[in-house]
Design a protein around this ligand. Structure first.
Ligand SMILES: *Cc1c(COP(=O)(O)O)cnc(C)c1O
Length: 225
């Protein structure tokens, strides 16, 4: 069997296995297949298998692959997630390409997204996550944890952005569990169902700590260059 399909099957099995002891409300973890740096032909293998959730971290790369992939697969109900940092000059383009933007993390971006959504009333309902800088790292994107609640309220009440959850990337080289717990607690505090956390190396632990979306690249597609 194709290596990608066998990796994919294995990950789905592991997800179901991790969920077996969980509280029902966190069940049905969604797998985002992170296809950055992989070509259309490789991605098409998973689309053919019926997979719907995909992630890319760069707007321009996504544009070069997903406009075609979506128009070539109109019946597949693909949901494309932006999981990388968003510059405000690419916000409109991002809304044209992505269904879900997981990296809303500052006022300027939120305002830009809101403005375009108000102008383009034909755009179908988009979904957003707020990215939280959960390890309080200087170089990392994401809103500061202690500003997250206020920012969430402003985005959802004043701007009416459809915020469905929080997203984080824990610090590299540290056990991720305390950060997964913090993000899940913050989601619960804000009454948000969705936590996007966990990658190839730690998605099992993320699920056990209440992730509802995990983002797996290498574990499905193999090593990137
Ligand atoms: C690349 C990437 C992933 C996937 O990482 P893997 O280790 O390949 O599974 C997840 N989240 C973000 C934000 C990424 O940029």
């Amino acid at each position: 069997m194709n290596k990608i399909l066998s990796n994919y099957g294995e990950i789905l099995k592991q997800i179901r296995f991790c969920e077996r002891n969980l509280d029902r409300k966190y069940c049905e973890t969604k797998l985002i297949a992170v296809s950055k740096q992989f070509p259309k032909e490789t991605i098409q293998i998973l689309i053919n298998k019926g997979h719907k959730f995909f992630g890319e971290n760069k707007v321009q790369e996504a544009q070069s692959k997903w406009i075609d992939l979506k128009s070539e697969n109109p019946q597949k109900q693909i949901e494309l997630h932006l999981i990388g940092p968003l510059q405000s000059n690419k916000a409109n383009l991002a809304l044209d390409i992505f269904d879900v933007i997981q990296t809303v993390d500052r006022e300027k971006i939120a305002l830009k997204l809101n403005k375009y959504l108000e102008e383009k009333t034909d755009i179908k309902k988009k979904k957003f996550f707020i990215q939280v800088n959960i390890g309080d790292e200087k170089q990392k994107s994401g809103i500061e944890e202690n500003l997250a609640q206020q920012f969430f309220k402003w985005c959802s009440k004043d701007l009416k952005l459809n915020i469905i959850g929080l997203m984080c990337i824990p610090p590299f080289g540290e056990p991720p569990e305390p950060f997964f717990k913090k993000l899940r607690n913050l989601c619960d505090l804000l009454n948000l169902k969705h936590a996007s956390m966990g990658m190839s190396n730690d998605f099992k632990s993320a699920i056990e700590h209440g992730a509802t979306f995990i983002r797996v690249g290498t574990g499905i597609f193999g090593e990137r260059n």
